[in-house]
Ligand binder design. Structure first.
Ligand SMILES: Nc1ncnc2c1ncn2[C@@H]1O[C@H](COP(=O)(O)OP(=O)(O)OP(=O)(O)O)[C@@H](O)[C@H]1O
Ligand SMILES: [Mg+2]
Length: 221
């Protein structure tokens, strides 16, 4: 697969009543293509999560443009955005957003459950690769933190996403679990995916092939 993510002059301010606006993104640019594993670094509050939310079509820019695989996100209606996101973009957060009352395998197959489509075998294969073959029917609450993160990543890969946006994916993990997650992200890029990863973790930075540092909504030189 050939994939691309292009952010051009993206700006976003959070405006609140009776307070001066916070300029979270300030004309920031980014170009990524298949195979890129990019670490986004920078101090708290510099706009990293805002950048990820914008790239994931979850937040609208004030100005500038985001193009994913040739599609300008601003040209999509809300429902088109949701389906474009489902087919192209996956999120992995520090908190995993697993559905507490669904089993591991159903969490991975979440996008297909309602439609009763998709392949249980495929979900099983991915979970097996992450060492979770004997956890398929457990609930998230019965798993360790590292196992939950591996389920979240399995779900991202199962969804067929071309781009994974990972906001501190190893924040809560011990060395061994972090390594499993980072290797999986690296594999994903080697198969043509793009990973944009916010991290404060040196182990994670070492896995990335590009490092970009933000300050106040812009790359620092
Ligand atoms: N919903 C919001 N309303 C108002 N201000 C916000 C909102 N979300 C973020 N901000 C502000 O925008 C700036 C950028 O926030 P953002 O969450 O992108 O930073 P970050 O780099 O991800 O920080 P951290 O490393 O702490 O997660 C911060 O100053 C933050 O306070
Ligand atoms: Mg953040």
């Amino acid at each position: 697969m050939t994939n691309s993510l292009e952010i051009t002059q993206a700006s976003k301010a959070y405006k609140r009543k009776n307070q001066s606006p916070v300029q979270a993104l300030n004309k920031i640019d980014l170009k990524a293509q298949s195979g890129d594993f990019i670490a986004v670094l920078g101090p708290s509050g510099c706009g990293k999560s805002t950048l990820m939310l914008s790239a994931g079509a979850l937040l609208e820019l004030d100005s500038g443009k985001i193009v994913v695989n040739g599609q300008d996100l601003s040209e999509l209606s809300n429902s088109q955005k949701a389906s474009f996101r489902a087919n192209n973009i996956a999120y992995v957060y520090q908190e995993f957003h697993l559905i507490p009352y669904l089993s591991v395998i159903d969490n991975v197959r979440i996008a297909d459950l309602a439609l009763a489509t998709g392949s249980e075998t495929k979900a099983q294969e991915i979970l097996q690769k992450f060492g979770l073959a004997d956890r398929l029917h457990h609930l998230p609450s019965e798993l360790s933190v590292g196992e939950q993160q591996r389920v979240a990543l399995s779900r991202a890969i199962y969804s067929g996403a071309k781009i994974i946006l990972a906001d501190e994916p190893t924040g809560n993990l011990d060395a061994e679990n972090a390594e499993t997650v980072l290797k999986a992200l690296k594999d994903f890029t080697e198969q043509g995916g793009i990973v944009l990863m916010v991290t404060h973790d040196d182990r994670a930075v070492a896995f990335a092939q590009k490092k970009l540092t933000m300050t106040a909504g812009q790359w620092s030189s």
